[in-house]
Ligand binder design. Structure first.
Ligand SMILES: Cc1ncc(COP(=O)(O)O)c(C=O)c1O
Length: 440
């Protein structure tokens, strides 16, 4: 397991240095291990299903850059595409063929997308889609679901899941911040209405858009009840609001055409990210051509980006999408099912109440005895037991996300043998946690 055993603990050393120059030592909060405790591992390199930390330890990685990686780390096709693109220049501020090809690939695969614009992150994609929906409808109100995470723009930080759920609510309240984050002015969320997931809200004609994670994957994994997404589409049509599917996680992961393909529900706008960048910074938003035509330079809704459609990112994204044929999706489904079934067995054997959710290729854990249907349910997850399980797995060489609200991302590099190894470790880890609880 050890590649090159270090005398000193490089992770500790780097974390100490990092904290001096980076707030909390990290560039995205969940990475700091605050909710699970301990020192984060610093990644030296990745290869396929594995990451290697700076101490030379190898982990089977189920984080996979929170879903940005689908074919495994440093996949040769992606590496080669990036190298080739980089040799020709890294950014121009002028259009390139790569952008056209990635846009064509998205339009061809995603049913609701007639036109698409590329940006540099999922946050930018959702933020821009909302501005567009408001510009198109001439209305302001935005409806979002509690526990759905759409990135960190002001208007969308109300009752988000993901690592936002781990913020100290009292500290936020002391600053006068909205429930979500300090620093978000009340005015920024005044036109945002937050409603419970899995219940179709009754809308009014002041609603510009409803944004939803079609499979909620930032409060653990909460699957849509039968009829929920269909009902939402109907209600949006009734009042002339646009339906936005945030497919930053589900896009190209649950199926070639994303959640809209597997649910049969067609939104007006779609946001994408993660997989479409092959691990480089990319996002995209697209949808109905008449709506997209409102964007500058055609229409009055401004949206832009110096690095949008970046040649390295489009090359990496195209290489990743090229790997995703029908056989790849069959494989992803089988791998996710194997993982979910095995984890379920591991917890059952240890006598720990965990609901293992499986939706196509997504796997989530809820540490509790009932399947969550919304954010209130999801927040009842036993974070302390998750943290104990996380560390028991990490000690055995399996990296789960260091946060109870994140899901696992089985990918093409996770062979059956590796998944079975994960399960063997999970059986031991779960029984260790059960024993700790019995004595604690
Ligand atoms: C559903 C969803 N939307 C949007 C985002 C924001 O994407 P990014 O982190 O690239 O800004 C995320 C990030 O995890 C996400 O899960």
């Amino acid at each position: 397991m050890t590649e090159s055993p270090g005398i000193t603990d490089r992770n500790e050393e780097l974390f100490e240095r990092a904290q001096r120059v980076i707030p909390g030592g990290v560039n995205s909060p969940v990475r700091a291990f605050r909710s699970v405790g301990g020192t984060p591992y610093f990644v030296a390199r990745g290869a396929g299903a594995h990451v290697f930390d700076t101490n030379g330890r190898r982990f089977i990685d189920l984080v996979q850059s929170y879903g940005a990686i689908i074919a495994g780390h440093a996949h040769p096709a992606v590496v080669e595409a990036v190298q080739r693109a980089a040799a020709h220049g890294t950014s121009f501020g002028a259009p390139t063929e790569g952008e056209v090809r990635l846009a064509e690939a998205i339009v061809e695969r995603v049913p609701a997308v007639e036109q698409v614009r590329l940006v540099s992150s999922g946050t930018e994609a959702t933020m821009s889609a909302i501005r567009l929906a408001r510009g198109f409808t001439g209305r302001e109100r935005l409806v979002k679901f509690a526990g759905n995470y759409h990135g960190h723009s002001d208007a969308l930080l109300a009752e988000s899941g993901s690592a936002v759920a781990l913020l100290d609510a009292d500290a936020v309240a002391r600053t006068g911040g909205v429930p979500g984050s300090a620093g978000v002015p009340a005015g920024a969320v005044a036109a945002t209405t937050v409603v419970p997931y899995n219940v179709v809200p009754t809308l009014t004609e002041e609603v510009a858009a409803v944004i939803v994670e079609p499979f909620a994957a930032n409060m653990g994994l909460v699957v849509p009840r039968s009829g929920f997404l269909e009902g939402l589409a109907r209600e949006c049509r009734r009042v002339g609001a646009l339906l936005i599917f945030d497919e930053v996680i589900t896009g190209f992961r649950v199926a070639r055409g994303g959640a809209q393909e597997v649910t049969g529900v067609q939104p007006d706008l779609v946001t994408l990210g993660k997989v479409i960048g092959g691990g480089l910074p990319v996002g995209a938003f697209g949808g109905r051509a008449d709506v997209m035509a409102q964007l500058a330079p055609l229409g009055p809704v401004y949206q832009a980006g110096t690095l949008s459609g970046n040649p390295l990112a489009t090359a990496a994204g195209l290489a990743a999408l090229d790997l995703l044929d029908a056989a790849a999706y069959d494989r992803l489904h089988a791998t996710a099912a194997r993982l979910a079934t095995g984890l379920d067995r591991a917890f059952a054997t240890a006598g720990i109440d965990v609901r293992v959710a499986l939706a196509h290729t997504l796997v989530g854990l809820h540490f509790g005895d009932t399947e969550p249907a919304d954010y209130d349910d999801a927040r009842r997850t036993d974070e302390a037991t998750y943290a104990a399980f996380f560390h028991a797995m990490l000690r055995r060489g399996v990296a789960l996300a260091p946060g109870a609200y994140e899901i696992s991302f089985p990918g093409l590099a996770h062979t059956d043998e590796l998944i079975d190894e994960v399960i063997d470790h999970a059986v031991e880890a779960a029984s260790e946690v059960a024993a700790q609880r019995a004595h604690g």
